[in-house]
Design a protein. Structure first.
Lengths: 281, 265, 287
């Protein structure tokens, strides 16, 4: 069996009192394997531990007990921290608070500059990264001239210019409007498909989970549900009890199924539903 | 607020002229030479020559004159003040006298000289900021200060601070406006009342502004760390500054000019 | 209390080369007791429009009346208007400043010159509206509360002025589904039981479909559509062209109809859809 890119083994994490009150446990016995090229979505309401999970992947946090291995490197190994951060890029929620430089191209160059990449190489990486997120024509713009979705795409470019194997996105769409959200979602899906970059996408928007290979649902620091989007969304009752939404179509499918309609569990999209109800078409 | 905006962002005029293409270090060093020269030169012939030199630079930069003069306007008050001060406060041969205010020949000449000196200083140094982007400017300052590291000058940190300040000033200005509006919608009044009243009314504005700035700083620090930032050590640059032949020539010319003008006038 | 705009024009940075028209000839009337959803793509003028409702912005030309009072006149007491038209901005928790919850929520009433006793009464009442307990929170620092609580305290700060109209700019932005539902339920309650006129600015078609009686759609500084939710979502094609959608469930009904199933497309909620599909297809029998 092939080695996972990221492996969490019995990970527990307790926030120190200074950070979150009474020694709050944010991760409890988390076991997780993420393989190269996968698109994994992590769902959960606020405070479910999903952000804490994300910060463990690139050693911004390290487990209180247990182990996180990234591409063969243990995240508690101080010597390897910078290597891990090169392999795992992170994009955060607030588009305004993660861009450092006064122009788009300088910002995308920030990561490779930190890695000590030679100038000429940085220039070509900046160009290809901006191209990959469709922001090349904005290279000389200043960040405050961009829309939220555009800022997040620049932030993504700033991460892929470090040539990571994996990108962790911590609620990158929470502060965006619908257009911004779809810009960001199509960008990360195309990076996953075309460049083979592993994606760990953290969100509470159900519709952003549908295209993932695998969905992980978290609650109170534990992984409570795991599977394909279809498998996860067939658990409508459980999701509700975890204060999570289900897409309207899935909700309807569930209701009709209970009324005796022959509709499979976890029906996700409008198209699927139309096919089911109008099979002659 | 508008003034802050114009000082910090409105200065740089992008272009591709000879002056724009020079290395920022050349321009910074030349500006320093200019400042020294203006304090050494004592006569109108000297000032005339310096003015001629600056005029040539302005011409070569292709920047419209009105942009150059725009930088002078906010400092006009100081200029007039300097002139008046010298005009009235210098002893010497009296031209005319109103009550106790004496206007002297010496005062007139001194005032004009000081005014000219100030004017040339402003125009000369504004050529630096007009033709150099803030990013290049920080890069230039960082590289120039780098030798000073041994005596404890934190060159990289200073440059990083400048960059982040420049990046976040527009964001913070927007935020200030937003908070002001929100508090005004709750009946706050930032305009009327006495000084204490007004100072008090600033609290609902300043507290959230600071709280948010700290929150941003926190977020930014984490984001920078996640992107592998660990200080200036071993860092490379998107564009290394390159001292080219044109820079050598420009700097050589400025130095020679300064020596000749400084020594003889 | 009604809000009426007549031929309002507004542009930012007027008289400069970078002047942009943000509102172009907008006329509308919001009646007492309505629940209005205001939607439109980013940059369509929604935020600019709502800031005209309480005089934070003044039109370049045109008139704004609140309760019959003309806001564009010089001697209008805007402070009084702002007590009546409460406005909750985006991420209102970022505007908290008080040392205590009491001080922060009481800011509006205090500016209105009310007595300390009356202020406490208002704060208590406002906190109750958003499901928070005055006794527990009054002396706490608002900065030490959880994210969701902070937002509620901020909203209470507007409610404490006892506005007759409440304008909310994306009050659920950034919240998780549970937090979103709670805030929306509280707003609904304020409208239904408190009799407050509500203007809700949002990007969520599902939310406005569930709550609003009337939808106003902005596009490039003008009102593109104005009508009941059913009327507006009936223009699915038009909404799509603007980069807006219709609720997923409404879209499904349109698709079913397009594929030959004779369903009614005037459907806004899952429960309605369920009933309609059962009506058309019969109980539990599939063709």
């Amino acid at each position: 069996m092939r080695e996972p890119l990221i492996r969490f083994t019995d990970v527990n994490f307790i926030y120190a009192k200074a950070h979150g009150g009474e020694g709050l446990a944010a991760l409890k016995d988390v076991n997780l394997d993420v393989f190269e090229g996968e698109f994994v979505a992590v769902l959960g309401h606020n405070g479910s531990g999903k952000s804490t999970l994300a910060k463990h992947v690139n050693a911004l946090l390290t487990p209180t007990s247990g182990q996180v291995i990234v591409d063969g490197l243990d995240t508690v190994d101080q010597e390897k921290v910078w290597e891990i951060r090169q392999k795992v890029g992170m994009v955060f929620q607030n588009p305004d608070n993660q861009l450092v430089a006064t122009t788009v191209e300088e910002d995308v160059a920030f990561g490779p500059e930190n890695l000590g990449v030679p100038s000429l190489e940085i220039q070509s990486r900046v160009t290809s990264s901006l191209e990959a997120v469709g922001m090349l024509s904005y290279r000389l713009h200043s960040p405050h001239q961009l829309s939220g979705g555009q800022k997040q795409r620049v932030a993504i470019a700033g991460v892929i210019s470090m040539l990571p194997k994996c990108i962790v996105l911590d609620e990158p769409t929470a502060m965006l409007d619908p257009n911004g959200r779809s810009e960001v979602m199509s960008t990360i899906h195309s990076l996953n498909r075309e460049k083979g970059i592993t994606v760990l996408h953290i969100t509470h928007h159900m519709d952003e989970v549908i295209g993932a290979d695998r969905v992980i649902v978290m609650d109170e620091g534990r992984i409570v549900l795991q599977g394909t989007p279809r498998e996860v969304f067939s658990q409508v009752e459980l999701l509700r009890s975890l204060h999570l939404d289900v897409p309207q179509v899935t909700d309807l499918a569930e209701r009709l199924r209970k009324r005796g309609f022959e509709i499979p569990q976890g029906t996700l999209t409008v198209n699927e539903m139309v096919m089911l109800l109008c099979p002659s078409d | 607020m508008r003034m802050l905006r114009s000082v910090t962002i409105g200065q740089h005029i992008p272009g591709d002229s000879l002056i724009h293409r020079l290395d920022p270090r050349t321009k910074i060093l030349s500006s320093i030479v200019l400042i020294v020269l203006l304090f050494v030169v004592k006569g109108f012939i000297g000032y005339g020559l310096v003015a001629l030199g600056i005029a040539l630079v302005v011409r070569a930069s292709n920047i419209p004159l009105r942009f150059v003069l725009r930088g002078v306007r906010p400092l006009m008050v100081i200029l007039v003040f300097t002139l008046t001060l010298h005009l009235f406060m210098t002893d010497g041969r009296i031209i005319f006298q109103i009550w106790f205010l004496k206007v002297t020949w010496e005062g007139l000449i001194r005032g004009l000289m000081m005014g000219t000196r100030l004017l040339l200083l402003i125009i000369g140094t504004s050529m630096l900021t007009l033709t150099t982007s803030p990013m290049q400017l920080t890069d230039g300052i960082e590289t120039l200060l780098r030798p000073g590291k041994k005596i404890g000058i934190p060159a990289h940190e200073l440059a990083m601070m400048m960059t982040i300040a420049l990046r976040f000033i527009p964001t913070l200005l927007e935020e200030t406006e937003k908070i002001m509006k929100a508090q005004m919608a709750r009946g706050a009044d930032f305009q009327s009342g006495g000084i204490t009243q007004r100072a008090k009314s600033l609290i609902p504005l300043l507290v959230p502004l600071f709280v948010n700035a700290f929150r941003r700083a926190d977020d930014l620090a984490i984001a920078m760390e996640a992107r592998g930032y660990r200080g200036g050590e071993g860092r490379t640059k998107l564009r290394e500054l390159k001292f080219q032949r044109s820079d050598m020539m420009a700097l050589g010319f400025v130095l020679a000019f300064a020596l000749v003008v400084g020594a003889f006038f | 209390m009604s809000i009426r705009l007549e031929n309002v024009f507004f542009s930012y940075l007027e008289g400069t080369p970078t002047s942009q028209a943000a509102l172009r000839n907008v006329s509308l009337e919001i009646e007492d007791g309505e629940f209005v959803g205001l939607i439109g793509p980013t940059g369509s003028g929604k935020s600019t429009l709502i800031q005209h409702f309480n005089g934070l912005l003044k039109p370049d030309s045109g008139k704004v009346f609140v309760d019959g009072v003309d806001l564009t006149l010089k001697d209008t007491q805007l402070r009084l208007i702002r007590q009546k038209v409460g406005m909750v901005f985006q991420y209102p928790e970022h505007q908290l400043f008080g040392e205590t919850v009491l001080e922060d929520v009481g800011f509006g009433p205090r500016n209105g010159g009310l007595s300390e006793e009356e202020i406490v009464k208002r704060v208590r009442e406002a906190l109750a509206y958003v499901g928070l307990d005055y006794e527990v929170l009054k002396d706490q620092s608002p900065f030490e509360l959880s994210g969701g609580q902070k937002r509620r305290v901020a909203i209470a700060g507007v409610l404490a002025m006892r506005p007759s109209v409440l304008v909310l700019d994306e009050p659920t932005a950034g919240l998780d589904p549970a937090g979103r539902e709670e805030i929306l339920a509280e707003i609904k309650q304020l409208h239904d039981e408190g009799g407050i006129t509500v203007v809700l600015v949002t990007h969520s078609m599902e939310d406005v479909a569930r709550f609003a009686d009337r939808l106003i759609v902005m596009e490039q500084g003008t009102i593109a559509l104005d009508g009941t939710s059913l009327e507006v979502f009936g223009q699915a094609g038009r909404l799509k062209d603007m980069g807006l959608g219709v609720p997923e469930i409404t879209e499904l009904m349109y698709e079913l109809k397009a594929h030959g199933l004779d369903v009614d497309t005037e459907i806004l909620t899952v429960a309605e859809a369920e009933a309609e599909i059962i009506r058309v297809m019969g109980w539990g029998c599939q063709k």
